[in-house]
Design a protein around this ligand. Sequence first.
Ligand code: FES
Ligand code: FES
Length: 168
Amino acid sequence: MSLPSSHSSSIETPQTAIELTVNGRAYALRVEPRRTLLDALREDLHLTGAKPGCNMGQCGACTVLLGGEAVYSCLLLAVECQDQAITTIEGLARDDELDPVQQAFIEHDALQCGFCTPGQVLTLKALLQRNEHPTDEEIERAMSGNICRCGAYPKILAAARALAGRPL
Ligand code: FES
Ligand code: FES
């Protein structure tokens, strides 16, 4: 008995032309409307600093800045991020000079495996840009959406304290 021939037809997925402004540079790309900002950054633009952790808004590893605010890029669609400046960890250093938040993390040994670190750095940067002298409570509240499985929290707090009042 012969089997019926299969009629596997490829399903065309509609794509949308969008433009993202990332780290001061405009990128034109075509994406499925369902593509997350995290996937667009990592897979289309090859900016892999933002990390896929939970992919459901619970760990903060995917944090980037959108219009200066720390956001979970796994929860945003790329198509809805076209009108605001996006900053990833790759955009913080200037030439060979690290951002002060990056430098403070190094000086205070505020990381172990480093998987959470891009998100931690960007969340702290956003906090310090809107509040130059945060209290410990304000730092902890702002950072509460960034999980560190290595438990580097005391040293992250030390880095944050050291940055208070410094120009960013
Ligand atoms: S990967 Fe986005 S919050 Fe965990
Ligand atoms: S340094 Fe390893 S998860 Fe934070």
